[in-house]
Design a protein around this ligand. Structure first.
Ligand code: AMP
Length: 113
């Protein structure tokens, strides 16, 4: 099966501003930032979306959040940030490879659009 865009970034076939990498996931700057700090935390495993999580993925998903926290601190987000998984058509998920958005560096609106 063809690699997803984010697998190609993880394999360094497509450049990105890499903020973290380990054996389970990568984090990199979003190419179209919606806040002063906007990065994505992406498992190397090409899970298409939250809807596709399976038994056994719990530890991996927990790891994504731990990495998100570490990178947020390293990016200087001292006053908070938002963590978002867009899932499916209604949420405007555009890349079918699970990714956690972290946005910060400004006040976030609520409710989200
Ligand atoms: P979503 O709409 O939730 O699927 O988010 C996909 C995100 O991937 C968007 O915020 C895009 O700006 C981001 N994106 C798409 N292509 C790239 C890329 N080559 N490098 C970094 N971020 C990207």
């Amino acid at each position: 099966m063809a690699k997803t865009l984010f697998e190609r970034i993880a394999d360094k076939e497509i450049p990105a501003v890499l903020l973290h990498e380990d054996e389970q996931c990568i984090a990199f700057a979003d190419i179209d930032p919606q806040a002063p700090v906007h990065f994505l935390v992406v498992p190397r495993k090409p899970i298409p979306s939250l809807d596709h999580l399976e038994a056994g993925d719990e530890e991996l998903v927990g790891h994504l959040f731990t990495v998100a926290k570490q990178v947020a601190k390293a990016q200087g987000l001292r006053k908070g940030y938002r963590a978002v998984f867009n899932c499916g058509e209604d949420a405007f998920q555009t890349v079918p490879h699970l990714h956690l958005h972290i946005l910060g560096g400004r006040k976030m609106g609520w409710p989200p659009g």
